[in-house]
Design a protein around this ligand. Structure first.
Ligand code: ATP
Ligand code: MG
Length: 679
């Protein structure tokens, strides 16, 4: 079983004498240590799968890990094994302990735009910048485990004083809605464990061994959860790489690596140095770029996978030209090397960069999947349907109530809703409950009341069905009852209505597939009912968007979402000052985190790496000249070949090769076509 492991990996897997930290660079087999260690714990060390929890950073990583572990569990069922994200684990705890906390198990999980709206109400403003700042501030406080009162005490300026007051009102609103936000999913369990020793004890006995991947990106709140769960036994393995810490903006703190050493005096540290992912050139590039950051821990990384191809850095004229170049190079490379689409990834700093690449891929009929965006769940039609589901689960969810009651329009007008809102807040009721109050009913006309009550009763009918009928049946009946399809066709031109209706159908089938069986919640591997599915959807919405199931497709992803993954051939686009490193980071002196992002990007590649940048880019409606990213200059010169003729880039990027390579590409493409036709 322990084939394909080097001695330090083996040592890490066998080590059970206490807390263990595996600290190593990219591609050195840290995640492999986790999957193999789970198998070792179950097959050799006498643990039950249900006593083990492995925590990763994204749903996708959790899925991959589960897939890798299952075949290793020698015939024994891995039943009850928890492979999950921090947020899913928190959700699982919250749901089980809801009663203790005064929540109903069907509490809602609000997405960022819901909390944005609540903040906008609380602050009585539409100033987006102020709202975003407040939202970020509240999130930081939560991740640092500060209550509104504590936040007030630490606030040192007028603005954060105001924000602390808003934080308090915001929390009260969430409470009233029986809702939690993203940060609460971890913060509330931590508080619960602080206050209820017997509950903590129960969870400690349940989860006897913890394994944590991507440890460098845990924030204070997540770290505390680990500490609570592992208790004095400290039976855990954390793996991480300080050079890949890229969630500082979300409150993650690399200091947590140091903190481990302080909190666990018996902490054992194992380092891995062999990289099994990338060619020597790619690895050298990564090492050389990251060497410009001050070091936290000394690490070496070497590879036996051969020198490999030169890295390509291409200067392009515009975003369009960049997209065209990338797609053309990708096709030529695929023809030449007889690879498949899924061997390729196109990575970028920010979501918006994907749009134009998507367009060119579509033009060329190249299949692709996109992750890290929230495009699918953010679509109006999907949010409409989710609002019904949320309301069915939790009638106190006022944001969902308003959206569902008014989409499609069903005779419930704004005046009625305003009256309802006033009555509800005066009597501290949810909108739903207020609709049934005599006091309110006297205030509105018969017709208005009828429409409102018809809607509420409709929701009640669905509530009854949600707990017993299959999810897709309930959903389809819901869609029929609200005439959602004709609503789309009435409001839009046929083609866009068709697309939207297609999305809704896809959502229904996606949900019902999820309802059949899943591993996302560890031991709840049986089919999920609509209640669980709705919470699952909220979680995915916030974490990373939906994963498409296209089997052979080019992967489009943000650098953040590509963490931990690997691809044969990587295109890293938009390597310009202002994009990577991002403007905000340049302004706020966060270059080191941007450099770590670059490091993450480079180290995703196994065999080839293509870096592109634009000499001009449209910003605020105007074409503006761009500078190549400073990280390009940090690449080892001997490992890089430059393409393009930058009229405003630094000398080192000048090259006459662009035309030549274009010809070579076309030749390669033709050769590939002949092969295809011949074969
Ligand atoms: P990252 O820092 O990017 O998360 P990682 O340290 O988690 O990387 P893995 O993803 O576990 O690295 O491993 C990188 C690649 O090397 C994987 O394809 C893995 O299967 C392979 N690998 C790991 N260890 C070995 C080994 N001992 N022998 C052969 N291949 C290995
Ligand atoms: Mg990993």
């Amino acid at each position: 079983m322990l084939h394909h492991l080097n001695p330090p990996q083996r040592e890490a897997i066998h080590y059970l004498d206490g807390p263990l930290l595996v600290l190593a660079g990219a591609g050195s087999g840290k995640t492999r240590v986790i999957t193999q260690k789970i198998a070792y714990l179950v097959n050799k060390a006498g643990y039950q799968a249900s006593q083990i929890a492995a925590i990763t950073f994204t749903n996708k990583a959790a899925r991959e890990m589960q897939e890798r572990v299952s075949p290793l569990l020698e015939g024994k069922s891995g039943k009850g094994l928890t492979v999950t994200t921090f947020h899913s684990l928190g959700l699982q705890m919250l749901r089980q302990e809801a009663a203790l906390l005064g929540y109903k198990p069907q509490f809602s999980i609000l997405d960022a735009s819901d909390s944005f709206k609540i903040l906008s109400d609380v602050l009585a403003t539409t100033d987006k910048q102020l709202l975003r700042k407040t939202q970020w501030q509240i999130s930081s406080w939560k991740n640092a485990l500060l209550s509104p009162d504590q936040a007030k005490a630490t606030a040192d300026e007028e603005l954060s004083h105001a924000a602390a007051r808003v934080y308090q009102l915001y929390q009260q609103t969430l409470r009233a809605y029986q809702a939690v936000d993203f940060d609460d999913l971890i913060k509330i369990p931590v508080e619960l464990f602080d206050q209820h020793a017997e509950t903590l004890d129960k969870w400690q006995r349940k989860l006897q061994y913890l394994l944590i991947d991507e440890y460098q990106d845990t924030n204070a709140c997540q770290y505390k959860l680990i500490k609570q769960l592992t208790g004095i036994r400290g039976q855990f393995t954390a793996v991480g790489d300080d050079d890949q810490a890229i969630y500082g903006w979300r409150g993650a703190d690399v200091e947590n690596l140091n903190q481990l050493t302080k909190d666990f005096s018996k902490l054992k540290v194992i380092k891995l140095e062999q990289n099994y992912r990338s060619t020597v050139r790619i690895l050298r590039a990564a090492n050389q770029v990251i060497a410009n950051n001050p070091k936290l821990f000394e690490k070496k990384l070497w590879s036996e996978l051969g020198t490999g191809e030169l890295l390509h850095v291409t200067a392009t004229h515009s975003e369009e030209h960049e997209a065209e170049t990338v797609v053309m190079k990708l096709q030529a490379h695929k023809f030449e090397h007889r690879t498949t689409y899924k061997d390729y990834a196109i990575l970028y700093r920010s979501n918006h960069q994907a749009r134009i690449i998507e367009q060119y891929l579509r033009n060329q009929k190249i299949p692709y999947t996109i992750s890290g965006g929230q495009s699918f769940f953010d679509k109006a039609e999907i949010k409409d349907i989710i609002s019904y589901l949320r309301l069915v689960m939790n009638e106190d969810d006022d944001p969902a109530f308003i959206r569902a009651a008014t989409t499609p329009k069903k005779g419930i007008g704004n005046t009625t809703l305003e009256r309802l809102g006033e009555y509800a807040s005066a009597h501290k009721l949810s909108l739903f409950a207020a609709a049934f109050e005599g006091g309110f009913q006297q205030e509105v006309g018969n017709k208005q009341l009828d429409d409102l009550l018809t809607f509420c009763r409709f929701i009640q009918t669905l509530q009854g069905r949600a707990v017993k009928d299959p999810a897709n049946e309930v959903l389809n009946d819901l869609l029929n009852a609200i005439h959602y399809e004709s609503y789309l066709y009435d409001g839009e031109e046929a083609r866009s209505a068709e697309t939207r209706w297609g999305n809704v159908q896809e959502f229904v089938s996606w949900l019902s597939k999820k309802g059949e069986a899943s591993t996302e919640f560890g031991h709840e591997s049986d089919g999920k009912n609509l209640i669980e599915l709705t919470q699952l959807v909220s979680l995915i919405t916030m974490l990373e968007g939906r994963e498409d199931g296209e089997p052979d497709a080019v992967k489009l992803s943000t650098l953040h979402a590509a963490k931990g993954l690997e691809y044969g051939h990587v295109f890293l686009i938009g390597c310009e000052e202002g994009i990577l490193p991002h403007t905000n980071s340049i302004d706020s002196d966060q270059i080191e985190e941007e450099r770590r992002l670059m490091y993450v990007g480079i180290t995703r590649a196994q065999k080839s790496l293509n870096i592109t940048w634009c000499k001009k880019r449209k910003r605020a409606g105007e074409m503006q000249a761009c500078e190549p990213s400073r990280f390009i200059a940090e690449l080892p010169k001997d490992d890089v070949k430059h393409f393009g003729n930058p009229f405003n880039g630094p000398d080192q990027v000048l090259s006459k090769d662009y035309g030549k390579s274009k010809m070579a590409n076309i030749k390669a493409m033709l050769a590939g076509k002949q092969q295809m036709q011949g074969g």
